[in-house]
Design a protein around this ligand. Structure first.
Ligand SMILES: Nc1ncnc2c1ncn2[C@@H]1O[C@H](COP(=O)(O)OP(=O)(O)OP(=O)(O)O)[C@@H](O)[C@H]1O
Length: 281
């Protein structure tokens, strides 16, 4: 062992000739070295557009309100929505240290990492093949300086492709929240997500039915916009728990568009998060 190895954290298991070492092994070993992430909640949907990103942001916000240390990993690389929902952009200044990329923080201190922080313009498309997308997600997990988190909430891309597979294989997932909306098609594909989780032996925390109903702002009538709520029945038929439904709410839409999702509060979302907390420590 050479003297230059004395301060290297990888010296114990390292086989590199000290004369040829550029120090990259040591640098690599430090990435993510201080991370202590106790629970990883993955939010999945079988189909796009059902509100998975919105539910991710709402769960993270409710956990932060409950005093938990929270991170959001935006694994939806080709359709990232978390920066917009939390009103964060790379103009806040993305930095890195020897432990990795330092996530940007929301107003309530939620740490967020998203591909949008790395793109020259936030509307630039990411035109990558599966392995590149999966590689980005691995870096977001392992090369980010998350430090100490009670909960990391992961916004998955829709479906059961390369990135969901990488997340479920690479991250120590504590449980999956499945999001659907009350249309037959959405429920048909939700079953694919449930089957994927089962095949990979990952616990399913339960089903959230988004846009389950709407309240008429004039007469307070409960409107079943997408038909009768089927969430509880679909969950029961699939052998998973029903965490609850969220209404279609114009106010939620406005807050998402204005980057103020943390201001949205409702009994429905608090109940859903309470159910999740019962299942996870
Ligand atoms: N409960 C809700 N009430 C009102 N609008 C909602 C609600 N949930 C989601 N939306 C709106 O629906 C649109 C799609 O939501 P979102 O991006 O969360 O879906 P997604 O399933 O993550 O989509 P994608 O498949 O593109 O990732 C957004 O414009 C969002 O503002």
């Amino acid at each position: 062992m050479s003297e230059k190895c004395n301060t290297c954290p990888s010296q114990a298991g390292c086989s590199v000739d000290p004369n040829e070492c550029s120090g990259s092994e040591a640098t690599q070993a430090l990435l993510g070295a201080l991370n202590d992430i106790r629970n990883v909640i993955v939010v999945m949907s079988g189909k796009g557009g059902v509100g998975k990103s919105s539910v991710t942001a709402l769960i993270a916000s409710a956990l932060a309100r409950a005093g938990k240390k929270v991170g959001v990993l935006d694994a939806d690389i080709t359709g990232p929505s978390q920066p917009k929902a939390f009103g964060i952009s790379k103009e806040q200044g993305l930095m890195a240290n020897e432990y990795g990329i330092i996530p940007l923080e929301s107003s309530n201190g939620i740490k967020i990492i998203s591909i949008n922080f790395f793109l020259p313009n936030e509307d630039d498309p990411v035109i990558w093949r599966g392995p590149m997308l999966a590689g980005a997600v691995k870096q977001f997990w392992g090369e980010t300086d998350w430090r100490d988190l009670d909960y990391m909430v992961v916004d998955m891309p829709p479906g059961t492709g390369d990135v969901p597979l990488t997340v479920l294989q690479t991250l120590p997932v504590s449980g999956i929240v499945i999001v659907s909306s009350p249309q037959d098609l959405a429920f048909m594909v939700v079953k694919k997500a449930i089957k994927m989780a089962r095949k990979m032996d990952i616990p399913i925390l339960g089903l959230v039915e988004n846009m389950s109903y709407a309240i008429c702002s004039h007469c307070n009538e409960k409107l079943e916009l997408f038909g009768k709520s089927q969430g509880a029945k679909v969950a029961q038929d699939s052998g998973i728990d029903y965490l609850g439904g969220l209404p279609w709410d114009a106010n939620l839409n406005t807050l998402l568009d204005q980057g103020r999702i943390e201001e949205y509060q409702s009994a429905d979302i608090e109940n859903i998060v309470a159910e999740i907390l019962v299942k996870l420590p």
